[in-house]
Design a protein around this ligand. Structure first.
Ligand code: MN
Length: 313
């Protein structure tokens, strides 16, 4: 922490980056850090840059309009990069081009993270947002309501509203502290979860009616082609949460959701209910994440992916 503080003190142009297809944890942790550093160091230039748009059900957070896209950055001569919630450098997508060979601080909670930073704060806890809460405290930054809401959304996102096995007494302690400074739990949960589009409901309906259960492996899977997504007028954001629905079946121990991208590549998401390590399974395809939640992208066909997953379970 002392080293991080020194590094921030010495740097005048700081870029905060998060992963592509940003979720509530990347946005929450990055935004809280942006707002916190701006408050403490008003003289410094601090940018939070993401490759992709912030999803609608996250964009209600105050300060979200301050998040930049690559094209908003005119002069990318940064002297410090802070990565949040990004298991690899490649996870930040095209934003990596703005960074190059500068000092990197890596703040993350994915166990697959190879610690690519010059300083690494990688902890196996609920969320990067939970880590960020401690970092802001350690930097003597008073957590405002805006920062608190961002962190709270990160907690809610990555814990499935405090339901996953990554929730600890410490997670609740952070949530409790955030409510104490004024975060409205019910409002954030409603704004985040109960704002699904019509298309998203239809995609979910398709998943639930066409999913396949592999009895001997207790695997529930669903493959969505790009054409099927288009036919429903849906976009990739509308498929968020499908993999979590597939594991809700009482017989499921592991769920797999495969989505074909426009390029033909397939993106896979895995969830485990009890003891199956899906980080390992995702590793077969060059991906990773957590023991109970992981993902990958591959050029293999859906049939080949399913065959390999079944073989390795
Ligand atoms: Mn996360």
């Amino acid at each position: 922490m002392k080293e991080i503080k020194e590094k921030i003190d010495q740097s005048n142009n700081i870029i905060i980056v998060g992963h592509v297809n940003p979720d509530g944890d990347t946005v929450g942790a990055g935004l809280a850090l942006l707002l916190g550093l701006e408050k403490k160091y008003p003289e410094k230039r601090i940018d939070f840059v993401l490759q992709d748009d912030v999803p609608k059900n996250i964009a209600f957070l105050k300060g979200c309009d301050r998040i930049k896209k690559i094209e908003d950055v005119i002069n990318p001569n940064y002297d410090l990069a802070i990565f949040v919630d990004s298991a690899t450098i490649e996870r930040v997508g095209k934003v990596a081009k703005l960074i190059g060979d500068i000092f990197k601080i890596n703040i993350d909670h994915h166990i697959s993270n190879p610690k690519y930073g010059d300083i690494n704060i990688v902890k196996d806890i609920s969320s990067t947002s939970e880590i960020m809460y401690s970092i802001l405290k350690d930097l003597d930054i008073e957590i405002t309501l805006e920062m608190g809401e961002a962190i709270y959304l990160g907690l809610v996102n990555d814990t499935g509203n405090f339901a996953h096995s990554n929730v600890t007494d410490k997670t609740f302690l952070v949530a409790s502290e955030l409510m104490r400074i004024g975060v409205n739990n019910n409002k954030i949960v409603n704004d985040f979860f109960k704002t699904k589009s019509y298309e998203r409901m239809k995609v979910l309906g398709k998943a639930l009616s066409e999913m396949v259960f592999v009895e001997e492996k207790k695997l529930m899977y669903f493959y969505l082609s790009f054409e099927a997504l288009k036919n429903l007028n849906a976009i990739k954001d509308d498929t968020e949460g499908i993999v979590e629905e597939l594991i809700n079946y009482s017989g499921s121990e592991v769920s797999l959701f495969l989505r074909e991208e426009e390029s033909g590549k397939i993106k896979g998401s895995l969830r485990s209910k009890h003891n199956i390590d899906v980080n390992k399974i995702a590793g077969i395809f060059g991906g990773g994440g957590h023991i109970k939640a992981a993902g990958f992208t591959t050029e293999l066909s859906s049939e080949e992916i399913i065959k390999k997953v079944v073989e390795n379970l």
